[in-house]
Design a protein around this ligand. Structure first.
Ligand code: RIB
Ligand code: CA
Length: 311
């Protein structure tokens, strides 16, 4: 059973990643859900994570609030994609599910320090502020981390928040650089691969017809979320970014990976937050990331439905 910490900024696609992780009770020991400012401000991302714990009937899952702004720059949010609540598409309410007192960064540090070496999987699906702060404050957590499977970055896909940068990396490039330099195994689910898993009408209908209330709610979340990208890219469906991370840990052979060096641009006037990927090894920079470049999209949605039906 994998010990995981899911660090997120719900966001509808984070919500689907949370649902997938919470459905996989036999595969994951979900040590905690940590939340960060990103798609919407922290007070909403932590509330949305707690709503998802109630929707997925997981009163046991502990939710922590973390950083309310990036390490250096001011917060940039994405209500234009996710709506004002961050979870537009379903009825929003104040959940009873408690918010833990402890700060998310303190939780990440304590959970790692008390764990065995090479035992913790970190799954960041938002800006990397919490993870970067934990690593900077307590480097002793690094040997405890077995793998980081994050959603972020872009190479062959253009940026989605600026012409050259993907949102999660763009919001906190300094935190992203700390994580990319940490020396632990990293798998990056960038836009290059998430744009291959599109929420087509047929696939959303299949989720809605799973026969559970959760399926209907997930379908409604996706239908709100996808409208922005459908209009922008003129396609059927939107890239379902964040669940690619959890799906990788459940069924890695769905994805094709390539070991590459990835740096983050932190000073470019037009390119701040861009992931500079040495895809063809033209520099002497050592590989630090397994970059996902292809995915079996049918297999991804089959896996998603196999687990969502358990909720
Ligand atoms: O660029 C896509 C990423 O930014 C996803 O994680 C989405 O939830 C937003 O956080
Ligand atoms: Ca996210």
């Amino acid at each position: 059973m994998k010990k995981i910490i899911l660090d997120c900024d719900p966001g509808q696609d984070d919500a689907v990643a949370l649902a997938l992780a919470m459905a996989a009770k036999d595969e994951f020991k979900l040590l905690g859900v940590t939340t960060v400012a990103g798609n919407v401000p922290l007070k909403l991302t932590q509330r949305n994570a707690r709503i998802m714990c109630e929707i997925c009937h997981r009163p046991d899952v502990k939710v922590y609030a973390g950083a309310d702004k990036p390490i250096v720059q001011e917060l940039v949010t994405a209500e234009h994609v996710h709506g004002k609540s961050g979870l537009d598409g379903i009825d929003i309410y104040e959940p009873n599910h408690p918010l833990e007192e402890k700060h998310a960064v303190d939780f990440i540090i304590e959970a790692c320090l008390t764990a065995d070496d090479n035992s913790i999987f970190l799954i960041p699906t938002g800006p990397l502020t919490n993870i970067g702060l934990a690593m900077k404050r307590e480097p002793a957590i690094l040997p405890k981390i077995k793998e980081i499977v994050l959603m972020g970055g872009a190479l062959k896909e253009a940026g989605n928040i600026t012409p050259s940068a993907e949102f999660n990396i763009y919001v906190d490039p300094e935190a992203a650089q700390i994580v990319l330099k940490c020396g632990r195994p990293i798998v990056m689910m960038s836009l290059d691969v998430t744009h291959q898993v599109l929420t087509t009408k047929k696939r959303v209908d299949a989720i809605r017809n799973l026969g559970s209330i959760v399926g209907q709610q997930i379908a409604s979340l996706i239908e709100f979320f996808e409208r922005y990208d459908e209009e922008k890219y003129h396609i059927d469906g939107a890239p379902l970014h964040d669940p690619c991370t959890v799906a990788f840990l459940l069924k890695p052979d769905l994805f094709s990976l390539k070991e590459v060096n990835v740096e983050v641009e932190t000073s470019g006037k037009f390119t701040r937050g861009a992931t500079v990927v040495d895809y063809w090894g033209v520099t002497d920079r050592a590989p630090n990331v397994k970059w996902a470049y292809a995915v079996n999209d049918e297999g991804f949605f089959k896996l998603l439905n196999e687990y969502l039906i358990k909720l």
